[in-house]
Design a protein around this ligand. Sequence first.
Ligand SMILES: [Zn+2]
Length: 197
Amino acid sequence: MALTLFSRSRPAPVKQPTPEPWPEIGETWTPEGVTVSERYYNLAHAVVLVYKAEGADTAHAVACLGCHFHVTKDKQRTYSTRYTLREAGEVANEHAAACRALPRTLPTRPNDDGARELLHQWVRDLRRGEDFYLRIHHFDLGRLFLQRTNAWITTELQHLADSQPDLLRIQRTTYGDGKQYLILPQPKGSETRKGCS
Ligand SMILES: [Zn+2]
């Protein structure tokens, strides 16, 4: 009966659905590193996107391409704050109904130097007074601007850890992809004062 091993039908390859063109600009925008799940339109035809970053399982973000509304989680809730697809859809729909902003031009894809600088800036912005464990999802809000894959990001984080070991350290773990990213605290006495508070 060994033949039965070979007679199983293989699952058909999954085809990527062809995204709908954007009516207001007549083209389809598929930024690298994110999957656009849903699009809503406000009264002025600005698009409100529901998207998720590459590799994210259920966590979705909402971004309006008319105004600057951009969220990844419900700040009112204490736990489990990241949006599911359904929650993100509700938030996007609600925003689209209230927003009056005109469509803005789509974020242009930065060149590698520009993308690298963006990524480095985000790492510096996440630096705290104590160790901070960086996860790829901390970049979710910026993915529409970065427009890079997770592989590109992790390669750049490795380069950053090599070149600035006092900022970022990569540790081995036994779970996930075997790595965790640790942003080291600012050395004492080296903080730059930003005005008085
Ligand atoms: Zn808006």
